[in-house]
Ligand binder design. Structure first.
Ligand SMILES: Nc1ncnc2c1ncn2[C@@H]1O[C@H](COP(=O)(O)OP(=O)(O)OP(=O)(O)O)[C@@H](O)[C@H]1O
Ligand SMILES: [Zn+2]
Length: 583
């Protein structure tokens, strides 16, 4: 149970009051009396010194000497005690007041605790009420006045394309179910922060003209036990009552962290419970209901696999950082309502904002507007934008990639151009669908996407081709910048190349020298392993690296052309690459 600061204070006060009342009555009763042992008391009774006794059922009771002094003794709780006193001429008063005074202490405690319980429960239900109210509020995001459409999202063309299909699913589920097509249930958007994932989800709802219900995974971490799960159920209930809708769960990684080892580790228990409720609800609605669950995360790799299984978030869409064209589009979009001076060249701003996310570009334009407003200038000028740009970069940690140096950019461009060119030159069936120097979410640096032809078996030649493609990045670096200036950027390429080489000769029996021996078996059977596998791997890799370098040398014109165009445009599509190669 969550206890607020105010409640804590009230608890302390009441514990104090009830303790105090008990202690007070105890002390005030006892301090003014003469303490006396029972035996002495009996002597005094025999001697006729005692005037009266106030009998009670307390552990101690009090009496009065004939001289007026009062005393206190232990209650012997003996049958016939009263008669004994009466026989010795002692006045006996059955004390009601004493019971009462003792009772007050207890009563105080009871009242205190009772009141306290009341306050806590009242407060608790207030908290629950608040959270329930929050849940209801989620609807209000679906305000008609702020309907988002795909026009409000610039760039992200691939993501928008696959989401357009989804909009059609929501609008006409019948069209698809008629053919027995299964509607997607969960769509996961992943990518760096601020790239427009939330915006895209809202746009899906806006385009399909259905309500948008949004929650964030992090909201569920600190709630009353069980409330997270009931909130999820409530959310789905509401969506179902409405019919078609988009449910959006931001930061889903907060709920569905990969569990390490046993199930109780990793992620909170409450997170687990909430996640289970979510999965249950997701499998609970019918496919043609037109309810789509969308979720977003910055970290696909930390997600619990249970979330990615078929029937759950089985559609994953990458939402990456914008390239220069997308940045230009985003900048244009966010200066729609702003008075820009004629000296502002947004194309140039786009060129200078490599590694900026959409949110950061929006921030840049907003900051520029603020500066202009503060100075009461008529227009937002180049100078304002420069100042804002500087403010944003300074306000960020140095490691942020937006301040990456031109030298790094150049290295990345040649490295990626190397991969792409080798892919195209060593095999005619390879396609390179995209090269980019914008980091993908999966790795640092840029990336080069090559599609090997789809076949069930891989030949030795295929494997050698892939090894050469992997080595192409490092080979280009060496060729252009010299042996001394090769970088750490090739680490994962080398890992891949080594793995492929070892399996080629050690598992697939594709090397004459190593023969058909499977070295996994040799390793497992404790036979003495010689170093020949290692030596042969090195020999093959070295040879393939030399061959790769030769390919690049022969095509250095294209290497430079691709790299330079990458530096300018940051990413190249398949047609653009083909065009360069045809020149
Ligand atoms: N592609 C884009 N086009 C236009 N505006 C964008 C784009 N990407 C981001 N923005 C701007 O950045 C803001 C924040 O984007 P959004 O919240 O959708 O990012 P996100 O990917 O969900 O981020 P996070 O991972 O931090 O939740 C948007 O409201 C919008 O103003
Ligand atoms: Zn590489």
């Amino acid at each position: 149970m969550k206890i607020t600061g105010r409640t804590k204070l009230i608890i302390i006060i009441f514990v104090f009051i009830s303790l105090f009342s008990t202690v007070y009555f105890y002390i005030s009763e006892n301090s003014k009396y003469i303490e006396m042992s029972y035996k002495t008391f009996l002597n005094h009774v025999e001697e006729g010194l005692i005037e009266e006794i106030k009998l009670s059922n307390k552990s101690k009771f009090i009496g009065k000497f004939k001289n007026g002094n009062e005393f206190i003794i232990d209650n012997p709780r003996k049958e016939g005690f009263k008669e004994y006193l009466l026989l010795h001429d002692v006045k006996v008063i059955e004390e009601e007041i004493s019971v009462l005074s003792q009772g007050i202490g207890i009563l105080g405690s009871i009242l205190g605790i009772g009141f306290l319980a009341y306050v806590v429960s009242k407060n608790g239900s207030k908290q629950i009420e608040k959270e329930m109210a929050y849940m209801l509020e989620m609807n209000t995001e679906n305000n008609l006045s702020e309907i988002v459409t795909f026009d409000d999202v610039a760039g992200n063309e691939e993501a928008k394309e696959s989401l357009r299909e989804l909009v059609d699913f929501i609008k006409n589920p019948g069209k698809y179910t008629k053919y027995g097509a299964r509607l997607p249930r969960g769509i996961l958007l992943y990518g760096p922060p601020g790239t427009g994932k939330t915006l895209l989800a809202k746009a899906v709802a806006g385009e399909a003209k259905v309500p948008f219900y949004a929650v964030s995974g992090s909201d569920f971490i600190q709630v009353y036990a069980g409330l997270g799960a009931s909130r999820i159920r409530e959310l789905f209930k509401k969506a179902k009552e409405h019919g078609k809708s988009v449910i959006f769960i931001d930061e889903i990684d907060a709920l569905g962290k990969k569990r390490k080892g046993t199930s109780s580790h990793g992620g909170s228990e409450e997170g687990d419970r909430t996640l289970n409720a979510l999965l249950t609800e997701m499998s609970g609605f019918k496919e043609n209901e037109g309810i789509i669950v969308m979720a977003a995360t910055n970290r696909l790799d930390t997600l619990d696999e249970a979330l990615l299984r078929p029937g759950r978030f089985d559609r994953q869409i990458e939402v990456g950082l914008p390239d220069v064209n997308a940045r230009f589009a985003i900048l244009k979009l966010h200066s729609r309502n702003k008075p820009l001076s004629k000296d502002v060249d947004l194309q140039k701003v786009a060129l200078e904002t490599i590694y900026f996310s959409g949110a950061k570009l929006e921030n840049l334009m907003n900051e520029s507007a603020m500066i202009a407003a503060k100075r009461r200038d008529k227009y937002i000028t180049k100078e304002h934008i420069n100042k804002a740009y500087y403010n944003i970069l300074v306000g960020e940690e140095k490691k942020d990639r937006s301040s990456i140096s031109l030298a790094d950019k150049k290295i990345t461009a040649f490295h990626e151009a190397g991969h792409a060119l080798v892919a195209k030159k060593v095999s005619t069936t390879n396609r390179v669908t995209k090269v980019s120097i914008i980091p993908s979410t999966k790795g640092m640096g840029g990336f080069s996407l090559n599609l090997p032809p789809d076949r069930m078996y891989r030949t030795k030649k295929d494997i050698i081709t892939n090894i050469k493609i992997a080595l192409g990045g490092r080979a280009a670096e060496e060729l252009i910048f010299g042996k001394e200036n090769i970088t750490t950027g090739a680490a994962s390429d080398l890992q891949k190349a080594t793995e492929m080489t070892i399996s080629m000769i050690g598992s697939y029996g594709m090397d004459d020298e190593m023969g058909l021996v499977n070295y996994d078996v040799v390793l497992n059977s404790n036979l003495n392993m010689d170093v020949s596998l290692m030596e042969r791997t090195k020999e093959i890799l070295d040879n393939l690296y030399e061959e790769t370098k030769r390919v690049l040398e022969e095509n250095i014109y294209y290497l430079e052309k691709i790299a330079n165009e990458l530096l300018e445009k940051e990413s190249l599509e398949e047609e653009e690459i083909e065009k360069i190669l045809a020149s």
